[in-house]
Write a protein that binds this ligand. Structure first.
Ligand code: ADP
Ligand code: ADP
Ligand code: ZN
Length: 220
C-alpha cells in the first residue's frame, strides 16, 4: 500500500470545509477535490452530469453515489496515484464510502485520516445566509466575518461574488438533516479505525486551521 496522504474533510454545511480546504491542500501539497465545487461547475456549464445533479442539489439531497464516484474516479485517473489527495465533502454516506474504498484499492491507496469540522446547528444559518462565493476560484466569503475588500468582488479575481442557490433556509434545514442521517454515520465508521481528527469549527478560521495542522501532523 502506498504511503500518500489521502484525507477526507467532512462536517455539516457551513462548518468551514471550503474555507480550510485550500490552505490544507497548499500546506500538504494535496490535490484538492471538492465534489460540491465540481458539481456546481457542471450545473453552471449545463453538462450531462450537471443536468442530472441539479434537482438533487437544489433540494438539499445527495446526488446519487454512482455519479459522484464516477467523477472521483475520473479525477484520480487524471491526476494519478503519486500525489496526496484532500477530498472536501466526499464521501458523503456509507454507499459512497464503499465505492470510494474500492476505487482507492484499485489505486493501491487508503484513507489516512478524516478531518471532521463540527459546529452547532444554530451557527449554521448565520454562516450560510451570509456566505458569498467567487464563481471563478470558489473562494468563500462571509458578509460579516470575512467580507471582500471591495464591494461584492473577489479579492483575487475581481469577479462579482454570488449567493449559492441552495443557501436558502428550507434547503439549509434539509442539508443539515441529510448530514445527521447519512453523513454522520461515516464519522463513526472512521472513528472505529482511529482515523478521525475532530475539530471545533466555532473558532476563528486561523485557530481552526492551526488545530487541523496539529491533528494531521499526528498522522504523519
Ligand atoms: P462549508 O464548506 O463547510 O459549507 P464554508 O467554508 O463555505 O463552509 O463556510 C461557510 C461560511 O462561514 C462562509 O461564509 C465562510 O466565510 C464562513 N466561515 C468559515 N469559517 C469560519 C469561521 N471559522 N468563523 C466564522 N465564519 C466562518
Ligand atoms: P456544503 O459546503 O454546504 O457542505 P457542498 O458544496 O459540499 O455543501 O455540497 C452542496 C450540495 O452538492 C449537496 O447538498 C449535495 O446536493 C451535492 N453534493 C456535494 N458533494 C456531494 C457528494 N459527495 N455526494 C452527493 N452529493 C454531493
Ligand atoms: Zn475569485
Amino acid at each position: 500500500m502506498k504511503d500518500n496522504l489521502v484525507c477526507i474533510l467532512i462536517g455539516p454545511p457551513g462548518a468551514g470545509k471550503g474555507t480550510q480546504a485550500k490552505n490544507i491542500a497548499n500546506r500538504y501539497k494535496c490535490k484538492l477535490v471538492s465534489t460540491g465545487d465540481i458539481l456546481r461547475e457542471n450545473v453552471e456549464n449545463n453538462t450531462e452530469l450537471g443536468v442530472q445533479a441539479k434537482n438533487y442539489i437544489d433540494n438539499g439531497n445527495l446526488v446519487p453515489a454512482e455519479l459522484v464516484a464516477a467523477m472521483i474516479k475520473n479525477t484520480m485517473e487524471l491526476y494519478g496515484i503519486n500525489i496526496n489527495y484532500l477530498f472536501d465533502g466526499f464521501p458523503r454516506d456509507i454507499e459512497q464510502n464503499v465505492l470510494f474504498e474500492k476505487i482507492l484499492n484499485e489505486f493501491d491507496l487508503s484513507v489516512k485520516a478524516m478531518i471532521y469540522i463540527n459546529i452547532e446547528d444554530d451557527v449554521v444559518f448565520d454562516r450560510l445566509t451570509n456566505r458569498r462565493i467567487c464563481p471563478k476560484c470558489n473562494r468563500v466569503y462571509h458578509l460579516k466575518f470575512y467580507p471582500p475588500k471591495f464591494d461584492n468582488l473577489c479579492d483575487d479575481c475581481k469577479v462579482e461574488l454570488i449567493t449559492r442557490d441552495d443557501d436558502k433556509k428550507d434547503v439549509i434545514k434539509k442539508r443539515l438533516e441529510v448530514f445527521q442521517k447519512l453523513t454522520h454515520p461515516l464519522v463513526e465508521y472512521y472513528k472505529k479505525q482511529n482515523k478521525v481528527i475532530e475539530i471545533n469549527g466555532n473558532k476563528n478560521s486561523e485557530d481552526v486551521f492551526k488545530n487541523i495542522i496539529s491533528g494531521i501532523n499526528c498522522f504523519r
